[in-house]
Design a binder for this molecule. Sequence first.
Ligand SMILES: Cc1cc2nc3c(=O)[nH]c(=O)nc-3n(C[C@H](O)[C@H](O)[C@H](O)COP(=O)(O)OP(=O)(O)OC[C@H]3O[C@@H](n4cnc5c(N)ncnc54)[C@H](O)[C@@H]3O)c2cc1C
Length: 407
Amino acid sequence: MANDHDVIIAGGGLNGTTLALALAQAGLRIALVDRLSAEYRSAADFDGRSYALALASSRLLGALGLWDMLNKAAQPIHEVKASDGRAGEGSSPFFLHFDRGEIEDGPMGYLVEDRFLRRVLLRAVDESPRIDHLPDETITAQTVGSHAEAETASGRTLRGRLLVGADGRQSGTAARAGIKRFERDYHQDALVCAIQHEKPHHGIAHQFFMPGGPLAILPLSQDRSSIVWSERRPLARHIASLDDAAFLAMLCPRVGDFLGDFRLCGLRFSYPLGLSMARQITDRRLALVGDAAMGVHPIAGQGLNQGLRDVGTLAEVIADANRRGEDFGASDVLARYRQWRSFDRAALAMATDGFNALFSNDNPVLRLGRDLGMSLVTAMPGLRRRLMREAAGLNGDLPRLLQGQPI
Ligand SMILES: Cc1cc2nc3c(=O)[nH]c(=O)nc-3n(C[C@H](O)[C@H](O)[C@H](O)COP(=O)(O)OP(=O)(O)OC[C@H]3O[C@@H](n4cnc5c(N)ncnc54)[C@H](O)[C@@H]3O)c2cc1C
């Protein structure tokens, strides 16, 4: 059975679903394929992550008509504090401090739990008359010519003018097209959980740079915080295997007492960390977005944000080409997407890779250097403001959706 669509999207994760909604808003017909069932992906315990969404990302979700549904559960980030730390010693006196009052646009971003974001996206996909959502279907083969074709494990053939790989770090779409990846294993895992605490967090996101990796304590609604604790893999695996009481006994001295007593709420998760970067993000009638294009270390909370910048950029390039009557799967159109994303991709890969190498160690010389560096940035309002706008996703040549405008 052949199905004709404008665009076939392989992968219905956060980026694949958002792209489908953006292209549907531009009037295109989309096939959105995911190997997992929609029920499984929308289950509350599917993924324990909470995302620090940059302000620009929240504007993109607003332009797609989704932010009103998310806003109630989203926690605004009013301040960010980063400092060196060691278990039991608290944070170092040198720190980096960003305050929302320094940029006129509003909060730097929001913390949104996966269980809310994914459900809102999947519901919107199912309500869209222009999206054929095909859950429980795995894409197993693809061909390109005058059209792109994708075959699924159940024997379905999908046809479109463009195939988009939104199928994550192990992107089969990229592999089948012969696109190679640059991979770096950080030999760290991120231990992720949520805690309920006695004292309010005041909307402040904390990052402690510990010898084994950064520990992020990110504010959630209702006096809860999300913990993203990166540790060297053997120790992380040991900590992950502990029961909740023993896990908390390891976590407490690292967090310190500024939130008062706290307890775990919900399940614990762990994620291996690495950089996975596709060497090219376009090929004949093919484009990659999200982690399929590049998956980074969560040290700066930018992975999904950069995926949404892929989504906003690709959607705009396709929509504009379509309005002009161009074949949006053609190489010269896809080159616009590739060029628009190239600087941002390279800069983020280098920044996250470099920060992790600089901060995930206990070398006294590097420690002194970075403490001084953080104090220096804190003392320079112009530079601090520029970095804040960068983290909020407001710098650079932004596609319309990331400015909160319709496609
Ligand atoms: C610990 C941690 C914390 C993070 N925190 C933040 C943060 O605060 N802010 C931020 O911006 N980012 C953050 N990130 C990054 C963010 O989680 C990822 O960038 C994002 O989830 C990637 O989504 P995706 O849709 O691109 O890929 P994925 O979530 O990997 O989705 C890929 C989808 O493709 C499907 N699929 C795969 N193969 C096939 C196939 N052959 N056929 C059909 N379907 C297929 C899969 O089932 C899956 O649903 C964090 C990451 C980690 C590890």
